[in-house]
Write a protein that binds this ligand. Structure first.
Ligand SMILES: [Zn+2]
Length: 268
C-alpha cells in the first residue's frame, strides 16, 4: 500500500500494538477471527493480561502459538478473594516463561468492591513485591481507589516499580504524582467517548515516551462501535483519536506507542 493510501484509508494503520486486550474473554473461534482482522488492519502485537491465575494455561498456549502475543499473569482486584496462600510461589514459577512480560492485571477497584478492600490491598502488595523482585513491570487497574493506590505507590518498597496504569482515569492530581515515577499511561476507547474530557485532558500532559494505546477488549469499545464487544482491531480508531488530540499523525502515534510498549514490556 502506498503511503498516500495509508493516510487516506481509515481501515489500516501499520505497526500498532494493543497493550491491553483480554483475548481469554472471547470464544476460541471468535478469538481467531478477532486476531485475523486486527492483523489485517496492521496490528503487530497483543498484550493479554490475566484476570485470575487460572488464565495462565490458556494465555501461555496462545503465546506459544503466536509470535505476536505476550501476556501478563496475576490476579485482578475483582478476583483478589480467590488468591490462595501458595499463589505467590505459583506466580513466581509462571513468570519464568519468556513471553510473560509483566505481572497483572493487578490493582484496586473500590467502585465495584468485588473483593474486600483489605484483601485487594494485600494481594496487590504481594504481586508488586514479586514484580520488584523479578524486575518485571506491573499492569495496574485503579478505579475509585486513588488514595489507597498512591499510598502503595509511595511505599519505599516500590520505589523501583515500573508500571502501566492501564485505561488511565485517575485524574490530573494523581497523574502529576505518578508521572514522576517509572509509570506509563494506557489510553483506551474512552478517549473517543463524548463525555470523557477528563481522559482527554490528561493526554497532552503525558510524556511522548510514556504513552500506550489499548482496547481493553472486550470492554470500552471506541466510537463508532460503542455498545459492541470490543476487539483488538479497533485499537486503530483509538490510536488515530489519540494522535488527533496530540496533533500527531496516526503513523507517528503508532510508531511512538509501539516503541513505548516494546521498551516497557521488553517485547522482541
Ligand atoms: Zn483489563
Amino acid at each position: 500500500m502506498s503511503s498516500a493510501g495509508q493516510t487516506t484509508d481509515g481501515s489500516r494503520l501499520d505497526g500498532v500494538i494493543d497493550s491491553h486486550c483480554h483475548l481469554q474473554s472471547l470464544g476460541a473461534e471468535e478469538r481467531e477471527r478477532a486476531l485475523e482482522s486486527a492483523r489485517e488492519r496492521g496490528v503487530v502485537g497483543f498484550l493479554v493480561p490475566a484476570i485470575r491465575l487460572d488464565d495462565a494455561d490458556l494465555l501461555l498456549e496462545l503465546c506459544d502459538r503466536n509470535a505476536d502475543i505476550w501476556c501478563a499473569l496475576g490476579t485482578h482486584p475483582h478476583e483478589a478473594s480467590t488468591w490462595q496462600p501458595g499463589d505467590g510461589k505459583r506466580l513466581r514459577t509462571l513468570l519464568q516463561h519468556p513471553k510473560v512480560v509483566a505481572v497483572g492485571e493487578c490493582g484496586l477497584d473500590f467502585h465495584y468492591d468485588l473483593s474486600p478492600r483489605e484483601v485487594q490491598q494485600r494481594v496487590l502488595r504481594e504481586q508488586w513485591e514479586i514484580a520488584v523482585e523479578l524486575d518485571l513491570p506491573v499492569v495496574v487497574h485503579n478505579r475509585e481507589s486513588n488514595e489507597a493506590m498512591l499510598e502503595m505507590v509511595r511505599h519505599p518498597d516500590f520505589s523501583s516499580l515500573r508500571a502501566d496504569f492501564h485505561s488511565y482515569s485517575g485524574g490530573v492530581e494523581m497523574f502529576e504524582e505518578l508521572v514522576e515515577r517509572d509509570v506509563y499511561f494506557g489510553f483506551s476507547g474512552m478517549v473517543t467517548f463524548k463525555r470523557a474530557d477528563n481522559i482527554r485532558e490528561i493526554l497532552p500532559r503525558v510524556p511522548a515516551d510514556r504513552l500506550l494505546v489499548e482496547t481493553d477488549t472486550p470492554y470500552l469499545a471506541p466510537t463508532p462501535f460503542r455498545g459492541k464487544p470490543n476487539q483488538p482491531a479497533w485499537v486503530v480508531e483509538i490510536t488515530r483519536r489519540v494522535g488527533e488530540e496530540l496533533g500527531w499523525s496516526a503513523e507517528e502515534t503508532a510508531r511512538r506507542t509501539t516503541a513505548n510498549a516494546r521498551r516497557l514490556f521488553g517485547l522482541k
